[in-house]
Design a binder for this molecule. Structure first.
Ligand code: SF4
Length: 461
């Protein structure tokens, strides 16, 4: 009988990494591994890394240092712990990781997770294994599906990767280099994954991809499907209440996808649409391939089809060459759109990207001062968006118990956390909730109709 071994996967960065971490753990189940939340107990620790944030590579090396100490402690107990580095830093650094950190046993690029069982077997024989090739086989065909109990444990909201890689080559971004060019999964494989998730109790699915609305996976008839067509298909999955997708590029927001927002009951009225800057000069330097006007036109087209749509976005402040006037255009764009929320970051150079080589880098103190002003503007709009719900009734998908006894936490269509007092059997259902109080991080409310039946199927009706 195979000895039961434990794997601990630590995820850094985006939702795609969280999804990949789950799939890595699932793929190791047939090899005798079960997941543990405690790295010290693990026979295998996988660091699933992200290359997007500032100093991400250095952070990973210091994380490896921490795991190395655990590995040494395990060795003193007569146990051999393997350390694997996966994700975008693994893809970018390759064998440099093993050269700098001898405690690492294997380095696996983001397209090669299905090869993990075989790589682990080689590492156990003392080999340093590095696999960062872009393979010809499709990792999604080979990666194991999660067991029903595993899906149930992960909650009622799930991510499903439908697309990977990017062909846009924004000058600040490493994704086209670390994840390669755009690849889309076929429609049927996505549909059957979603059906399996729903059958195990999932009620909300977020389709993810680095450039998700460039999705062009093949449909049953062999023709490429758009994201809009894929969403229409998923809208008919019985028991799936909510659909979302992220992250989109303004140029790929086509008529079909915009129309889907007006037509599909399950598609939530909340769109994450990164703009990065409000200045055409900076957008051109970023190679974003859209102007400020293009972006505003997309927002207007979406709003024309569905008036209750709200938006979130990503911003970079202090991109090389950004002057005060450029930055003011970004602030003005925030006011023009009135985002419900947004992520904002100071520009930091990524080695190997064109922007890292650009002259006129903006001094750190200016970047930091602009970031504060931008975040103040975003917070102002977010507060006013949230305040608009006082006394209103909205659909809330109840996800899990809250911190207080008898309390449940759910999400509004706009991803706001909503806390209500309600019985636990309502978890997994969509309820009408009247908002009674607006907090800084969540909304508080009460069931609008306590006699209402627990489960409302909003999809495919
Ligand atoms: S579209 Fe997004 S993922 Fe692609 S290069 Fe630009 S920022 Fe990176």
């Amino acid at each position: 009988m195979k000895r039961s071994r434990k794997v601990h996967v630590k995820s850094f960065g985006c939702q795609m990494n969280v999804y990949d971490s789950h799939r890595m753990a699932d793929t190791l189940v047939p090899a005798g591994f079960s997941e543990t939340a405690n790295a010290e107990d693990a026979d295998l620790v996988i660091l699933n890394t992200c290359h997007i944030r500032e100093k991400s590579v250095e952070k990973i090396y210091s994380e490896i240092g921490r795991v190395r100490e655990m590995k040494e402690a395990a060795a003193r107990d007569g146990r051999y712990m393997l350390i694997a580095v996966a994700g975008c830093v693994a893809q970018a650094e390759g064998k440099e990781i093993v050269r700098r950190a001898g405690a690492v046993d294997l380095v696996v690029g983001s397209q090669n997770y299905h090869r993990l069982p075989e790589m682990i077997a080689r590492a156990q024989n003392g080999e340093k294994v590095i696999d960062t090739e872009f393979p010809v086989e499709d990792k999604f065909d080979v990666l194991a599906a999660p067991a029903r109990e595993t899906i149930a444990k992960r909650g009622i909201s799930a991510f499903v990767t439908v697309q990977e890689g990017c062909d846009k080559f924004c000058t600040f971004c490493v994704v086209p280099y670390t994840r390669g060019s755009e690849v889309s999964r076929p429609v049927e494989k996505i549909v059957s994954e979603v059906e399996r998730l729903v059958e195990a109790g999932v009620r909300e699915v977020t389709l993810i991809g680095q450039n998700v609305n460039a999705y062009h996976g093949l449909d049953r008839d062999g023709t490429p499907s758009s994201l809009g067509r894929l969403l229409r298909r998923l809208n008919t999955v019985q028991g799936l209440y909510r659909l979302r997708y992220t992250t989109s590029h303004p140029r790929d927001m086509n008529d079909d996808l915009i129309a889907a927002h007006a037509e599909l009951p399950a598609l939530m009225p909340f769109v994450h649409l990164p703009v990065q800057s409000g200045s055409d000069r900076i957008l051109a330097a970023m190679n974003r391939k859209h102007t400020r006007e293009d972006y505003l036109r997309v927002i207007a087209r979406l709003r024309a089809r569905r008036t209750d749509l709200a938006f979130s976005s990503d911003f970079i402040v202090g991109f090389p060459g950004e002057a005060e006037n450029d930055f003011r255009e970004t602030l003005a764009l925030v006011d023009d759109v009135g985002f419900a929320s947004a992520f904002s970051f100071m520009y930091s150079p990524r080695p190997g990207t064109p922007a890292a080589e650009m002259a006129d880098q903006v001094p750190q103190d200016e970047k930091s001062e602009r970031l504060q002003r931008l975040q103040a503007a975003i917070t102002r709009h977010q507060r006013s968006f949230n305040a608009g719900f006082a006394g209103k009734t909205l659909d809330v998908l109840l996800e899990k118990p809250g911190r207080l006894p008898g309390q449940l936490v759910g999400r509004s269509p706009y991803l706001q956390a909503v806390q209500i007092m309600a019985p636990a059997h309502l978890i997994g259902s969509v309820q009408r909730v009247t908002i009674t109080e607006i907090g800084s991080n969540s909304l508080f409310g009460m069931l609008a109709d306590a006699t209402r039946t627990p489960v409302l199927n909003m999809a495919g009706a």
